[in-house]
Design a protein around this ligand. Structure first.
Ligand code: MLT
Length: 408
């Protein structure tokens, strides 16, 4: 009989967001009259920027002609998109990242999971707690962890608690680790790291021959000009970090799918025989074998983000969501709640009131205000006692959700 991957049986529960969707569906079936507002999953709601739509329309028309038709594209992405990204997102901020080091993909969730393909099973892994669940679950699925304990923590992982006391920026690990997942601006807490804090991580990684997996999917939401957007703004990061970025949140591509991963040339890991091996070559080989690239049409849409109109439209879109975040922060603070994040990130991290636990406050918000949040405990044991609200929604829904919560 065929054998299953037993590692999947170690997974604690369903993936967080489908689990929330299941509970909301059950609530809506029991209360069909309740107008539910979803501030749970971080999915965008506003229309695609006009520049992206126009570029995709033109690409579709081109695909209908013999001259403009495109079959398989390069697995790494088209050079014109990789060059635009290198110039606008990295070189303009002083980062030494070339087009060749950029790999276009269909999502940061996929890339941050798939990267495990090129990394050895013996790596000691550090994640923050709370954490974007994909980093943990993908390691569980790949058999890189032990069983989970009653608190949902998996054996073999080093958990770095991020709390109000440390500003939600992880402390350096006390025992040595080889692989470190960092996400700034942070999902779920909305925290950001300063240049000095990132420098400490890069210095740690260089000193311990560790690799940082840096998720910068929310970098467009940074408004403070002093804060770094990319790990490559930090001295030495090219020798110890891979960065993930996405068009999902800045340009509304969650349903369109386009993202990128930067693997610097010269960044190495060690083979079982002790040789230094370039990670770029392994990732290139992995993508060429297992991935056929993002569609030509979508890549043309992503390229349009870098046109002058695209830049303006994306700035407006990000500004719109950040205004939502400001409203959420202001209204919840006025309601007497303790709020964090939401200033350089589209997520607001809220301390649950009245001794409620995360699911208790989730149920309270859903049952009484018909507002869906995300229970902090779903992101890890140290997220207990918090709920995350996402700023990705229409203004009317955000205003109405805040009115209902204040009325509570
Ligand atoms: C979230 O709500 O955390 C997002 O949906 C994460 C993601 O983009 O996968």
């Amino acid at each position: 009989m065929v054998q299953v991957n037993d590692s999947y049986l170690k997974l604690k529960a369903g993936y967080l967001f489908p689990e929330i969707a299941r509970r909301v569906k059950a609530f809506s079936e029991a209360h069909p009259e309740a107008p539910v507002i979803r501030l749970g999953i971080g999915d965008v709601t506003e229309p695609l920027p006009a520049a992206c739509r126009e570029a995709m329309k033109q690409a579709i028309e081109a695909m209908g002609t013999r001259e403009g038709f495109h079959g398989y594209g390069p697995e790494q992405g088209y050079a014109w998109l990789r060059e635009a990204i290198a110039r606008h997102d990295f070189q303009s901020r002083g980062c030494e990242v070339s087009a060749e080091e950029i790999f276009i993909s269909d999502g940061s969730k996929c890339d941050s999971s798939n990267i495990l393909d090129i990394l050895g099973a013996g790596n000691r892994i550090a994640v923050t707690d709370p954490v974007y669940p994909v980093y943990v679950d993908s390691n569980v699925m790949a058999g890189r962890t032990g069983e989970s304990d009653d608190g949902g923590r998996y054996g073999g992982l080093t958990y770095l608690p991020i709390t109000a006391a440390n500003g939600f920026v992880a402390p350096l690990p006390e025992q040595p680790v080889d692989l470190i997942y960092l996400c700034f601006p942070n999902n779920p807490t909305g925290a950001v790291a300063t240049r000095d804090q990132l420098q400490q991580w890069v210095d740690y990684a260089l000193a311990h021959d560790a690799l940082i997996l840096f998720d910068a999917a929310y970098e467009a939401f940074i408004t403070d000009p002093e804060l770094p957007h990319s790990i490559y703004e930090i001295e030495g990061a090219r020798r110890c970090a891979i960065e993930f970025r996405s068009f999902s949140k800045n340009a509304g591509f969650t349903g369109t799918r386009c993202a990128l991963t930067v693997v610097p040339r010269g960044l190495t890991g060690t083979s079982a025989s002790g040789e230094a091996v370039e990670l770029w070559g392994l990732w290139n080989r992995r993508q060429s074998t297992k991935f056929n690239g993002v569609s030509y049409i979508v890549q043309r849409g992503a390229e349009a983000v870098y046109s002058p109109e695209g830049q303006e439209q994306v700035r407006a879109l990000v500004g719109f969501y950040m205004e939502n975040a400001a409203i959420i922060r202001r209204e919840l603070a006025a309601a007497g709640l303790q709020v964090y994040g939401g200033e350089q990130a589209p997520y607001v991290w809220i301390k649950t009131p009245d001794g409620l636990d995360s699911w208790g406050f989730f149920d309270h918000l859903l049952g009484k205000a018909h507002v869906v949040g995300t229970p902090g405990s779903g992101f890890g044991a140290a997220g207990e006692g918090y709920v995350r609200l996402s700023a990705f929604n229409s203004r009317a829904n955000v205003d109405e959700a805040m009115r209902r919560i204040r009325a509570l």
